[in-house]
Design a protein around this ligand. Structure first.
Ligand code: NDP
Ligand code: MG
Length: 387
């Protein structure tokens, strides 16, 4: 039976890797809807290549270009947030949620509310609205397949095991491009330097998050929600080779780890297979003898304060992760635009977490409230940057 797949964020890094696998296994999949942000030409291309039935562009201004680029293809299209929601809610066996940032929350949540199976790459959805998101997944019978490499490795390592029997869950970090750089050097880094990731090829926002280690912070919050595990049992270890992605330590001291080469197509294929294993053309198997050594070290929260800030936000709970995520998105965009320096990212995020702690002590009751807090923190962050 063919599996109908919808891809939200189809033109991005995860979207392209997903498209590669869908193309490799054409007989197995049919592509329902595809959605993108602003690039109408790229979206039209992927929609045509994959034979999608519907294409949605978030930017309303690109609607005409998209329609023109799809003329004669028989692919229906729309533009604006409502069109993206339509893409997310069209009939599908699997929805790949690979929009970047909290912009992915509304469409992903719309799919959750229909009880869909969602392959979740968009970690910001969980950081922004984790409690409400997971509660709605349970309420509407939606299944969430972790697509982030560490969480996918953890899910595979857990297998049929029980979370109660786990004493520690560890996610690894490559350490980013500044792993060994002194603080003064990091402080002066440009966005291009920060985006030069040593092991993974990814979108711009997650590249910067990897350089600050905020990506690991977001992933701790993500793991907390996906596996219903408390912050005290979550750990981060730096592993420059990016071959071991997640480790589960059991009550008896045994450790189960998930390994793969740093290629997002591995966790994506695991999700697309929904229980069956897919082959990956031009994929590389782990060869430990060729790799020689796998090394591990503690993260340095002095040089990478975003990890400390994220740990604190997770431990504090309430709306702190929501606030942190929103401020981080504004800070990262400002850093990419050359408006602020590397360590100003952490300063803005920490300022927002402190500034909003008393105002929003409780976790958002629902996704709407999370999005309202997100919007307020974005305005506050923009104002602070402009001051
Ligand atoms: P990219 O920036 O490469 O791609 C983002 C995609 O989302 C693009 O297709 C973009 O379109 C689209 N998009 C942006 N805004 C909207 C919107 N409002 N509605 C619909 N589509 C939109 O990001 P990545 O692929 O790197 O990352 C996607 C998500 O996956 C992130 O949450 C990231 O943290 C996570 N992730 C990524 C990994 C990776 O290896 N890249 C690894 C693990 C997780 P356009 O370009 O036209 O704006
Ligand atoms: Mg990851």
């Amino acid at each position: 039976m063919t599996c109908t797949v919808t891809v939200l964020g189809a033109t991005g890094s995860i979207g392209r890797s997903t498209a590669d696998l869908l193309d490799q296994h054409r007989g197995r999949f049919r592509v329902g809807a595809v959605a993108g942000g602003r690039d109408a030409a790229a979206l039209a291309r992927v929609a045509r290549d994959l034979g999608a039935s519907f294409a949605a562009l978030a930017d309303p201004a690109g609607g005409r270009d998209l329609a023109q680029a799809l003329a004669g293809s028989g692919i229906a299209c729309g533009a604006g947030p409502a069109a993206v929601i339509e893409a997310a809610t069209r009939d599908a066996d699997l929805v790949v949620a690979a929009v970047s940032g909290a912009a992915g929350l509304a469409p992903t949540h719309a799919a959750i509310r229909l009880g869909r199976t969602v392959a979740l790459a968009n970690k910001e959805s969980l950081v922004c609205a984790g409690d409400a998101f997971m509660r709605d997944a349970r309420r509407f019978g939606a299944r969430i397949l972790p697509m982030d490499s560490e969480h996918n490795a953890l899910a595979q390592a857990i297998g049929e095991g029980r979370v109660e029997d786990i004493t520690r869950m560890t996610i690894t970090a490559s350490g980013g491009p500044f792993r060994t750089a002194p603080r003064e050097r990091i402080a002066a880094a440009s966005a291009a330097e920060a985006a030069a990731h040593p092991t993974w090829s990814m979108g711009m926002k997650i590249n910067i998050d990897s350089a600050t280690l905020m990506n690991k912070g977001l992933e701790l919050v993500e793991a907390h929600h996906l596996f219903a595990i408390d912050a005290g049992r979550l750990d981060v270890v730096v592993h420059p080779q990016s071959i071991v992605h997640g480790l589960v330590t059991w009550r008896d001291g045994a450790v189960t780890a998930g390994l793969a080469m740093p290629d997002m197509r591995v966790p994506i294929a695991h999700c697309l297979g929904i229980g069956e294993r897919l082959s990956i053309a031009r994929g590389r198997a782990v060869d430990l003898a060729a790799t020689g050594s796998l090394t591990f070290e503690r993260p340095d929260e002095e040089r990478f304060p975003c990890l400390r800030i994220a740990r604190a936000a997770l431990a504090a709970g309430g709306a702190q992760p929501t606030v942190m995520n929103a401020a981080n998105e504004i800070a990262v965009a400002a850093f990419i635009a050359g408006r602020i320096g590397f360590y100003d990212i952490a300063a803005l995020v920490e300022g927002a977490c402190e500034g909003f702690a008393a105002r929003y002590p409780a976790a958002p009751a629902d996704v709407e409230e999370a999005l309202a807090i997100d919007a307020e923190v974005r305005r506050w962050s923009e104002a602070r940057l402009a001051a």
